[in-house]
Design a protein around this ligand. Structure first.
Ligand SMILES: Cc1ncc(COP(=O)(O)O)c(C=O)c1O
Length: 389
């Protein structure tokens, strides 16, 4: 087991990053600083590099076996990191989180059923619900001025009006909100009361900052375990999105029967490299790397606040409790509904477009700070230079 000390993680140099083939580095020309899509600029955790290098050396590029060790690895990770005990037999894999969400929705709703989402939220939520035959019903997050919260009264009204499912983002993208155990348990009670299900996307869970206190939805209460499905992956926390592997998790006999009823094809689509990398990521040997990344992200989240105060003092930003995505309100600058367009054109920084997260995203941008402090400073300085121009 690695004995690396807990230190911050350093991003790879820009010239190395520009050799990457992923969307983040190929979508725009080289004069643009890419801070839009959720990929990070850090070197991979060593256990992951090791397992993938070994696999390439022996041409181990075939199909994923029925149990590559992922379920046990994730159950051990969840117990170690979240204090959550899950039965590995109640887990199945698939290619990615959104595929898991679509397949679980298909299995739990009927065509035309309404599914609640809480915008501003990860844009593919509004795409995958129709893909599964559902209809999106928006119950926006409530901004208290100090935090974002689920609108439980609004969700109750939606369920009372016939919505059959809630697609939860826990932690929430783009605000980085970690929902409280109480609100999750209350959501579970509402779902149970109206015979609905909750599908909880927990892809950002390994990136909750220490001391915040994270509750996986299925662990919120015995009712949550009855009504909920969780979908997660190592892909955000360990930057493995291209390897195609995610986990669907249940915690009751009824939901496990639904999970087991999914077509074998759903599991067959799991990428072998994703499974191998996922086992390595969730192993205790990768914990020092994850802890170091959390330190770096905490520092970057604070640095972003300082940079905004200096260069864009009218920006509204709250440091996220989880992850590397910052939700920033730039409406005071009068850069229109979609400031990311103005910023790309004038500052050559690519941010995620706020309005894609819902109408609440008007005047907002989402910025990915999973990068070096130098690049973050350069980006915010460039954006700041647009002020008054
Ligand atoms: C909340 C959320 N869910 C899902 C995904 C995508 O995951 P996958 O590539 O496994 O579908 C992302 C990617 O950023 C995300 O933020």
């Amino acid at each position: 087991m690695s004995t690396s000390p807990l230190t911050a993680l350093r991003a790879l140099p820009l010239d190395v990053l520009r050799r990457r083939h992923s969307t983040k580095w190929r979508a725009y020309p080289d004069d643009v600083i890419p801070m839009f899509v959720a990929e990070t600029d850090f070197p991979l955790a060593e256990p992951i590099t090791g397992v993938l290098t070994d696999a390439i050396a022996i041409g181990d590029t075939g199909y994923t076996p029925p149990d590559p060790g992922l379920r046990d690895a994730y159950a051990a990770f969840a117990s170690r990191r979240f204090g959550w005990d899950i039965d590995p037999a109640r887990i199945r894999s698939t290619a990615d989180v959104m595929m898991g969400v679509v397949e679980l929705l298909r299995a739990t709703i009927s065509p035309g059923d309404r599914v609640v989402i809480a915008p501003p939220v990860y844009p593919p939520f509004a795409i995958c619900i129709p893909e599964a035959g559902g209809v999106v019903e928006e119950v926006p997050l409530v901004d208290t001025g100090a935090a974002w919260q689920l609108d439980l009264l609004g969700i109750e009204a939606a369920l009372a009006g016939g919505a059959r499912a809630v697609l939860l983002c826990n932690p929430h993208n783009p605000t980085g909100t970690v929902h409280s155990r109480e609100s999750l348990a209350a959501l579970a009670d509402l779902a149970a009361g109206f015979g609905a299900v909750v599908i909880s996307d927990e892809i950002h869970a390994p990136l909750v900052q220490p001391g915040i206190g994270y509750t996986p939805f299925l662990a919120a209460s015995t009712t949550a375990a009855e009504v909920g499905y969780a979908v997660t992956s190592a892909s955000k926390a360990y930057n493995l999105a291209g390897l195609k592997c995610a986990l669907m998790i249940t915690a009751s006999d009824r939901t496990t029967a639904v999970l087991r009823g999914l077509s074998p094809e759903v599991e067959w689509r799991t990428g072998l490299f994703g499974a191998l990398a996922g086992v390595a990521a969730f192993s205790p040997e990768s914990d020092p790397w994850l802890d170091a990344q959390l330190v770096t992200l905490d520092e970057n989240g604070h640095l972003l606040g300082d940079l905004l105060a200096e260069h864009l003092p009218l920006a509204r930003y709250r440091k996220p409790d989880a992850g590397y995505l910052a939700w920033i309100d730039l409406s005071a600058y009068g850069w229109g509904d979609d400031p990311a367009r103005h910023i790309l054109a004038g500052a050559r920084v690519a941010l995620h477009h706020g309005p894609e997260f819902g109408t609440q995203g008007s005047g907002h941008v989402r910025l990915n700070f999973g990068c070096s402090p130098e690049l973050l400073s350069e980006a915010v300085t460039r954006i700041g230079s647009l002020v008054g121009r």
